[in-house]
Design a protein around this ligand. Structure first.
Ligand SMILES: *Cc1c(COP(=O)(O)O)cnc(C)c1O
Length: 378
């Protein structure tokens, strides 16, 4: 799909993406592999274009959540190593294995599935439970890892863990406990005769903060897209006395004004009549709404950018339309480009600002933007 047919679309800034990837690569150092996380349609940025640019910018690995995403990458001709983070049902194990996709194996049940599927050759990464209490083998389940490692064709290509409390705080005591627990569990595995080829624990926040979490590979998502994992992560980097990496946001979300109209003072706008004009108002109608990922929680709260100026969302965000007040934007007219997220002229609506309007995090804002619309690399 091109931006010529779509009424709203996402632009991704290739230069910014390459800049972020090379900054993260530099942090990780030449002796570690860079894994770029492209799950959730590359956090809303478009899985295929991001994957291609990432591999061209030095990523050794791609990571996705499920086998369907991994097979879509393969179908697009991407031959690079891919790791699936999520669970893989028994009926998909063989096709994943045949496509050379590495699977996360995180439970005794998943070992049963691999044994039953009996793929000719399968690359696995073990997920070890170290305190996030989500996915991963408990220490007392390691006999199942030994069973897995002994299955014909199974190659234990990696072992990893994921931090529970590294973005949400400037106190990293728990993260460091998890790191020690990971090291102990890897040692325990070694004593049981399983030695994974690579170890990894670092997400973006860990990559920005703690070289001791890197091991053989770093897994970066949010940072590649030019966003800080949190304010706390930025504060922590500054407190450590280091110069923060200059990350550049990659996503711009755009639409165009469909129609403008002048309303008198004292009339209401949209469903539920939640906004009443207090002056003669120039209203612009945008062809984007909650079905396009422009959250209904932005009603009477968000701003959009028109002609380099902020214009307030007035009234409720509708399924496919939103209304903004462009009275103070000189000359706003039908056809004008509108930035919903990103910058225009000297103004910017950051993912963090939109997240604050919605009481959420930048990750959710970008991941939910424009789920069906086109991604255009600029
Ligand atoms: C999503 C994910 C990441 C990436 O995290 P960021 O904070 O976006 O860098 C890394 N590892 C795992 C296991 C993940 O699920």
């Amino acid at each position: 799909m091109s931006d010529r047919t779509a009424l709203s679309w996402i632009e991704i800034d290739e230069r910014a993406l390459r800049h972020n990837l090379s900054a993260l690569r530099r942090l990780a150092g030449p002796e570690r592999e860079l894994m770029v996380v492209v799950k959730a349609d590359a956090y809303g940025h478009g899985m295929l274009p991001v994957a291609r640019i990432a591999l061209d910018s030095g990523a050794a690995w791609l990571a996705v959540f499920d086998v369907a995403e991994a097979l879509a990458l393969r179908a697009a001709g991407i031959a690079a190593p891919i790791l699936v983070f999520g669970p893989t049902p028994r009926n998909l194990i063989r096709s994943a294995a045949e496509a050379g996709i590495a699977l996360t194996i995180a439970s005794p049940h998943a070992v049963d599935d691999v044994a039953a599927a009996a793929p000719a050759a399968l690359r696995v990464h073990l997920k070890l439970e170290c305190g996030t209490n989500r996915q991963g083998f408990l220490a007392e389940e390691f006999e199942h890892i030994v069973r897995l490692a002994g299955l014909p064709g199974v190659v234990v290509e990696g072992a990893y863990s994921h931090f529970a409390d590294i973005e949400d705080t400037t106190d990293h005591t728990f993260a460091m406990q998890q790191l020690r627990s990971f090291e102990e569990r890897v040692a325990q595995l070694g004593r049981q005769g399983v030695v994974p080829a690579r170890l990894h624990t670092a997400c973006t926040a860990a990559t920005l903060l703690f070289p001791e979490t890197y091991f053989d590979l770093v897994r970066v998502g949010i940072g590649a897209y030019g966003l800080w994992p949190s304010k706390e992560t930025l504060v922590s980097v500054k407190q450590s006395g280091r110069e923060p990496v200059a990350l550049q946001p990659v996503m711009t979300w755009k639409t165009r004004i469909a129609q403008v109209k002048t309303l008198p003072a004292g009339v209401t706008v949209g469903y539920g009549r939640t906004y009443k004009t207090t002056r003669p108002t120039l209203l612009a109608v945008l062809p984007v709404g909650y079905a396009n990922g422009y959250d209904r929680g932005l009603s009477n709260r968000a701003h959009a950018l028109v002609r380099g100026q902020r214009a307030k969302v007035v009234g409720r965000v509708m399924m496919n339309m939103t209304t903004i007040d462009v009275t103070d934007v000189g000359g706003a007219a039908a056809g004008d480009e509108v930035v919903l997220l990103g910058s225009q002229g000297d103004e910017r609506i950051s993912a963090e600002t939109m997240a604050s309007w919605l009481d959420t995090i930048n990750y959710e804002v970008v991941a939910r933007a424009e789920p069906h619309g086109p991604r255009v690399v600029v």
